[in-house]
Write a new protein. Structure first.
Length: 400
């Protein structure tokens, strides 16, 4: 396995073809609170989140954090800070630009003052949600480590470190995680094993092969890990077996996976980055209403077949924005195992009538899916025959 990854690494010559970025770290006003609630609760990832920068310095071409409401509300003040400090008109979409806060360590210390000793007991915090808190500057400056130490010392939160930096697999970090047993789980996000391609779209992260090595080192040392196969672009779906072999799902607490979902950034992902990903058939002028559904189904089937074969289906969390799913494709998800529905109302009921019908049939809500003890693994096959008939009957019922 390792040798296959070695074979895909970029040569120095190839990497040099990628235009170097002008890196601009702009100081902006701090957020009111560093620790905040998070939508990641819907993904079963975390109850709270903490982001130590305002705009991530990792510069992934597909990142959607740079267009969220906070950026929109603060557009003018951020633009003024950028112009004053860099002399450019760079925007959150300009590669190389990141925002830093004045003193996150002092702010976090103050925020935690007066909290009860059992603050966060039974809850998980995402350490890095809209930015990578283990980005190069935050690690080198010691800010990341200092904030982790504060969270360990002053809370009882479980800390889910989500990162694309292989640094977490180094000895000093492994020792730190092991010294606080039960407090950490490390999610290294890996959506491809192709270093050369990844370099075009994840410009300031560690290479995927380096992340895989880090994840395996953590696992070998006994540090809890979570799989984050996110996002898997269409051209990487065929590599899913290789990705799964690399991350060792049996040793992960959970394995999250998702296809690419358009956050009004698909043109940047394709054209601007020259990533050779053709998304126009899914989201652009050539839009085929079935294309995204077929892709999302293909990815799920590959994950599911491998999970069933290897016995880790109960760990699979396929994050599916099912409102985009064409009804005729939905039958693949008939038993809903390993599926984490995302287009749901506050009660966990899918807004997609077919998926809502499935939930009714199975008597489950989205929130129960992870623990749902569905049919034995080997009962599930790609539903082509009797399941299709059942499915069609269900759809007929949902439509009426
Ligand atoms: S590491 Fe995550 S938050 Fe940072 S740019 Fe990449 S996708 Fe966005």
């Amino acid at each position: 396995m390792e040798s296959a990854h070695e074979g895909r690494r970029s040569s120095g010559e190839r990497r040099s073809q990628v235009t170097p970025l002008r890196r601009m770290r702009v100081l902006i006003d701090p957020v009111k609170k560093l620790i905040q609630p998070t939508g990641w609760s819907k993904k079963a990832l975390a109850d709270l989140k903490i982001d130590l920068d305002g705009l991530c310095e990792s510069n992934c071409g597909y990142c959607s954090s740079n267009s969220n409401l906070w950026h929109q509300f603060n557009k003018r003040s951020h633009a003024e800070a950028v112009t004053a400090q860099t002399g450019t008109g760079a925007t959150p979409f300009t590669p190389g630009l990141s925002y830093r806060f004045p003193d996150p360590v002092a702010q976090l210390r103050k925020e935690l003052e007066g909290k009860p000793r059992n603050y966060g007991d039974g809850k998980t915090i995402a350490f890095g949600c809209l930015v990578d808190n283990l980005g190069t500057s935050l690690v080198k400056s010691g800010i990341a480590r200092a904030c982790l130490e504060l969270l360990v010392a002053r809370t009882m939160l479980r800390i889910r470190v989500t990162t694309k930096n292989e640094v977490v697999g180094r000895e000093e970090w492994i020792r730190f995680f092991l010294a606080h047993a039960g407090r950490f789980v490390i999610n290294l996000s890996i959506g491809t094993v192709d270093d050369e391609w990844a370099r075009k779209i994840e410009r300031d992260t560690s290479k995927p092969t380096a992340r895989i090595r880090a994840m395996r080192r953590l696992q070998d040392a006994g540090v809890p890990t979570g799989g984050m196969i996110c996002p898997v672009f269409p051209q990487a779906v065929k590599d899913i077996e290789e990705i799964l072999t690399a991350i060792r799902p049996q040793r992960c607490e959970m394995v999250w996976a998702e296809p690419y979902n358009d956050r009004t950034n698909w043109t940047r992902v394709t054209g601007d980055q020259q990533t050779e990903v053709d998304l126009a058939n899914m989201f652009g002028h050539k839009k085929d209403p079935n294309a995204w559904s077929a892709y999302a189904v293909d990815l799920y089937k590959r994950l599911r077949l491998r999970a069933d074969a290897d016995g880790w289906t109960d760990k699979l969390a396929y994050m599916l924005y099912e409102s985009s799913m064409e009804a005729s494709y939905a039958r693949t998800f008939a038993d809903l195992r390993g599926v984490l529905l995302q287009s749901v109302d506050k009660n966990g009921r899918s807004k997609h009538p077919v998926f809502a019908g499935l939930q009714d049939r199975l008597k489950i809500t989205r929130h129960e899916l992870i623990a749902y003890d569905g049919p034995e693994s080997n009962d599930w096959t790609d539903p082509q025959d009797e399941e299709v008939a059942r499915w069609e009957a269900l759809m007929a019922g949902s439509a009426s």
